[in-house]
Design a protein. Structure first.
Length: 134
């Protein structure tokens, strides 16, 4: 029952697990596990034919990233959540509507199941930022 992709309204913020992991350091495995996830509702998980821990690709008009899927039974259908951090930053544009802050709460995105994709380590992800800017 897997489909091609689902369209979602992507939102972001900080999580308790992320805060705990930051105390250990932002380049630790614990931090990566806390921020390299996308929480999805039941219908989206079923539509994509995925389960917790499966790699998915999130695409916006500004960029894309690969993270692990995580089920959240409390999310409304069509809404997805990615913790604010390096993986989410790849999806943001630079336009701030004159506020100085990017749109963390209402980003249109497409999510696809990508079972053979790899989630970049934080070190490799950091290197990819450098490559984009050079």
């Amino acid at each position: 029952m897997s489909g091609g992709s689902v369209r979602v309204l992507l939102t972001s913020g900080r999580t308790l697990g992320q805060g705990r992991a930051m105390e250990k350091g932002k380049m630790t495995d614990d931090y990566q596990k806390a921020v390299a996830v996308c929480e999805l509702d039941t219908a989206s998980m079923e539509s994509l034919g995925i389960k917790n821990g499966d790699p998915i690709t999130i695409q916006t008009e500004h960029g894309q990233t690969v993270v692990w899927a995580k089920h959240n039974k409390n999310l409304e259908p069509g809404v997805a959540f990615v913790p604010a951090g390096p993986y989410f930053n790849l999806l943001l544009g630079s336009y701030t509507q004159s506020t100085g802050m990017p749109g963390f709460k209402s980003l249109s995105a497409s999510i696809t199941s990508t079972p053979d994709a790899s989630i970049l380590s934080l070190v490799d992800l950091s290197a990819s930022y450098k490559e984009v800017r050079e």
